[in-house]
Design a protein around this ligand. Sequence first.
Ligand code: GDP
Ligand code: MG
Length: 301
Amino acid sequence: MPIQWFPGHMNAARRQAAEALARVDVVIEVVDARLPEASSNPMIAELCGARSRPRLKLLNKADLADPGVTEAWLACYNRQPGVKAHAVSCRIAGDAARVPDLCQQLAPHRNDGTKPLRMMVLGIPNVGKSTLTNALARRRICKVGDEPAVTRQQQSLELGRGRRLTDTPGLMWPKIEHDLDGFMLAASHAIGRNAVIDEEVAAVLGDLLLGRYRDAVMARYRVADVADGIALVERIAERRGCRLRGGRLDLEKAARILLQDYRSGALGRISLESPDSRQCMLERDQCVGDAPPARDSAADS
Ligand SMILES: Nc1nc2c(ncn2[C@@H]2O[C@H](COP(=O)(O)OP(=O)(O)O)[C@@H](O)[C@H]2O)c(=O)[nH]1
Ligand SMILES: [Mg+2]
């Protein structure tokens, strides 16, 4: 079942972000380095475009992503006009500290006491917006947590030298265009728990992992010859002794093991999409969209 998630409080968050943009010089768009396009909210590019605000695209959690793939994404983004992209990890001391200077380069005129640099962090839930804000503040001002919708209100702070930063609640958009994006977002914990079925998400994640990081999966779960994501979840259940009363496999528990291992980095540094795989997905979805509607079965008889 395709995943959609646009809870009511995000409408208010979108309105507030649009209003706050009037008083901001640079937008820091935080995305997840493991799925940079799937975790890019199209509304953020639109909002910045409408207000002509420069945007720094930050591929955060780079410590969890495949470094070669992150390089390919940065090259791809930095070739696009009007986009400036950088990879960071809030887990690496000092990495985030470069961000205000990168923003300054995008707004060189905002650089003194009378015209201080005003930055706003925008992005979907759980990409590390509040962690980045705390890293720049060098103290824990914003609440963080590995689940969506932890931040419920905008929060501003002074960074010194007149620089000001605003953290915001995560923003989703009303319709996720590509089904695979919904699953990648759910696997990365950007989607509320009540909108997803862990077993389905783990099966799609398993397919992606087997396609891109087969050896890492085989080594971690000591399995061989697994056909697809569903089979992988079953094998994990067997290997880890996930059983329900009566002896049946507890697939939900096994699904959560796979999801948790991906989320925590236990499977190694993994990117769920690359510029090439994204292009293939877009072409595939385009073909499906162009295909003539399936014939009515009655017409066949
Ligand atoms: N490994 C890793 N985890 C991160 C990084 N940045 C944030 N996180 C974790 O991601 C989760 C979500 O962070 P949070 O700042 O609350 O995200 P927000 O919803 O975008 O504000 C938390 O568990 C953070 O510890 C990073 O660069 N690397
Ligand atoms: Mg937050």
